[in-house]
Design a binder for this molecule. Sequence first.
Ligand code: BGC
Length: 391
Amino acid sequence: MIKKNKMTSRWMAMAAGATMIGALAACGGSGAGGAGAGGGGEEPQSIEDMTVGVAMPTETSERWIADGAAVESQLEEAGFEVDLQFANDDIPTQQQQIDQMITKGADILIVASIDGTALANQLKAAANQDIPIIAYDRLINGTENVDHYVTFDNYQVGVQQGTSLLRGLGVLDENGEETGEEGPFAIELFAGSPDDNNTAFFWQGAIDTLQPYLDSGVLEVASGQTEMDQVTTLRWSQETAQKRMEDLLTAHYGGGKEQLDGVLSPYDGISRGIITALQNAGYGDTIEDGLPVTSGQDAEIASVKLIDTGVQFATIFKDTRKLATQAVEAAESFAKGEDPEANDTETYDNGKKVVPAFLLESDIVVAENIEPLLVDSGYWTAEEVEAGQGD
Ligand code: BGC
């Protein structure tokens, strides 16, 4: 609120002839300045004179590489200069990268955080220089200094993950209608990284969808691990997920014990770790051979191939090109001194404020709709799906 007013007046001041570049240069150093909008007398700043700092979490997952590329190219098309950095899933690296963006004179920041609570100092420094901050995909928590949030409807993503698991088990049909199948089916549950704000949304959507079937006994969790805190996967790590799946199999399945039928997985990398553990334990190579059904997220090309070949059951497609467009539109609005368009001003409370958000929709991908959803839209080519690798 205060920030917004400050910002509006800052942009108005700029339109009246003030400039921020001077203020940023004067501030220098680690960005602890607080110079605000600088002295007058110069031309108003146009988009062509502005740099957007884009902080992405990691290049170990395709989705973030695609996000980075899409945001960069669309910002450049709009006329901005771009400073794009990936942080290797390392919090101090991301903090340092954002410090440097501010020092180098970023006018707007777009941030996909690693840990949604670890950037308070950086964002304070940015806010002191009236740099608008757009949270990208992941909300940044515990700070006033986040002005806008572009993301997908994360609760709905979780609902789709739970729904796709139920479809894979045959409890629901492709229209989401109950088939009357009563199981009982043995499942295990995985959640994402505990420091990512999205994790709880995905989890809540999924567990709300599965809970009635857990209550009625159609679904059973032999490990008894049904609380989010028991099933998270730090940094969304494939290896960590594989290890947990191996441990669960050893402790609760096989050797005359129960057979596993399905796994709730929140992300394709985690799904592939789970699938490797299941294949190594002798469950078969494909779902047809007895491999449990697994959900996912992100339509990563390696997983799309696994879905196409009957190994992973489903993923959730979040079109990162559309998210990039939304982020760039928000940046353009800030550049013009306007508030970006929001379609949700209630859900995303970061502990300090409710951050105005723009939420996009996602889709369930199974083998049958890879072509219309992913190939026809140009997200992956048919050759890439076949190869299981991007270009
Ligand atoms: C994103 C997901 C992604 C996950 C792991 C989440 O914040 O919303 O799309 O699967 O991070 O990278």
